[in-house]
Each structure stands twice: as structure tokens, then as C-alpha cells.
Design a protein around this ligand. Sequence first.
Ligand SMILES: [Zn+2]
Length: 351
Amino acid sequence: MKRVTSKENTICLHEYMPRSELVVRRESVEKPRFPVIDFHTHLGSLTDGEESEVKQRITGHIEELRAVGVVHVVNQELQCGKKLFDVLEITAPYSDFLTSFGAVDISQLDEPSFPSMVRESLEHGVKLGMRGIKVWKNVSLGMKDKSGRYIPIDDPRLKPIWENAARLGLPVLAHIADPVAFFRPVDRFNERFEELQRHPDWSFCSPELFEFEELMEQQERLLEGNPDTTFIIAHMGSYAENLGFVGKCLDKYPNMYVDIGARLAELGRQPYTARKFFEVYQDRILFATDCFPGGLDHLHYYEFLETRNEYFDYSPSEIPGQGRWKIYGIGLDDEILEKVYNLNAKRLLER
Ligand SMILES: [Zn+2]
């Protein structure tokens, strides 16, 4: 066997692709143990274009989802106004498989008509079958108000949204922050360095923007100040890296739920902590993947939740997108698994 000298040994980080030599038993998972409701998906792009094509695309995607054991999805529609209403009308025939949440037009925040616009738009959405509200991180991390300031998620001007949500029985799915590493300097200490190299625009490390910790304070004030509104704080309560924090919030705010979408890479590298978390908060966790058409990834989620497999990939890509680590399964008991897969979601959707 050829031994490499230290000089040849120097490779760039992106070239490094170690292959695990571990020999461990790996249980295969082809189907989930219970029917799955995926609470966080994005199917809106399927609704653009010619009617016959749209029909074909939606039914094709539903078939793909059914093939991996999904029985219902919640489309977290980012559109608002006329575009949202179009999506609701186009997807209405598939309501046994597909429920939509929809967004509110926050660009009108400073208009005196904002509260009545919110009320009318939500009421109209409900008439067309909308079952919840989606709030995206563009509110806390992208948009500015008339005075040029970023808008904290607990801004009193947003209150009409939460009040109407409570009145109409609409849960709110809120994506407020992003992984903590996106708020840290993009340097050799950043655990998501490669990802941020590929997507420099995903970095929120800027003195102009809210810091991650500020966002968490705003998030807590949102939950505390609107106890009659049910919030699903997406991506593991915004802080999958710190389940202790998320647990404390769930203890304090009975109106809070979390979804697990796109956080396998975080949960799967803390299997003991994650398992304990799922045991304690089994009634407040929703299965979700944050998937887009063409990017189904459900089997990794099932493997994580159902097995005690060790050191496996959390995504299909050769270089895992979120960081070069592997994950471990938490092997949940059936009773908890069924709640996470569908019972908790049913409870929220059937209100
Ligand atoms: Zn999403």
C-alpha cells in the first residue's frame, strides 16, 4: 500500500470525504410505523402554469408522498392576498390530502388599514379552506418598516394577526430565526462554514440585524403576550442546538408547539438529549420535513425517529449540506411515535 507523504497529504476541506469503517448493524426503514402527517411542506410552486399541467404535477407529487407513508401534508404557503387565494382554490380538490396555511401581507404594516386588511384577508382565506397562518423569517430578518427599522416578531403592530388567529382558531406556524451558526462570524470556528461558503446570503452575522439571542427574546415575548394564540415555532422552536432552552419555553408557554423540519442534523447528533426531549414533550412535537417538490427526504427522518442506528447520514447528498457530521437514531416507543407522526397534528388541524 502506498504511503502518502505529508505534502501530498494536504487536501482542501471540500475534497475530504472520509468513509466510515465502522461495522455496525443498521436496521433498514422503508415505511414509517404509523401514518405520517407532514406539517411543514412547500407545494405552492406546483400551482403555477396551465391547468392540466398543474393537476398532473399535484397528483404526481401526492403519489410520491403516499409512497413514503405520508397520508396528509400541510402546505405552508408563503404567498398572501390574491396569489394565496389562487393557491387555495387550485388545491381545494385535494383537501383530503392537503391542507394550506397562508401568509399575511406585512408590507402594509404601517398603513392605517392594516388591521382591517388582516381581518378581511384571513376571513376570506378561511372561506377558501385555509387552516392556519404562516409567518416566515422575512419578517424578523428581512423586512424594514417605513422608518427603516427591522420588524421584531413581537412588534405591537403585528398584534391584529395573532388576535384574528385566536378568534378564527387558526394556529400560526412561525419561522423566526435560523441555525445559530448563521448568526456567528463565517470563520474556521463556524460549524456550518462550508454551507455558508456555498450560500453566503444565508449569513445573518451583521451588526444591522437582530442577534440570535435578541430574536429568542422577541420569540418569548410573542408567546407570552399572546396566550390565546397557538404557535408552532418551526425548526424545533428556532433553537434545535439548545433543547434545554426549547424545553423551558414549552414549560412556560402552553400555547407553543415545535416542528422538527430540517433539523435532523442537529437532533441526530445529540441522541440522548433528543430522546429525553421527545419523551417529555411528546404532546407538543410535530413531524415535519420542510420539503419542496422533488426533494423528498422522509426515510432519514423515520430512521432517526424509529431506530437506534448509529452514525448514519442525515441527507442523501455526498457532502451533507448542513455540516460534515453523521447522526444517531433515538428509537422512540410506539406511543410517542404515533403522537409525533400524526396525533398531535390531527389535534391542531381538527380544532
Ligand atoms: Zn419552510
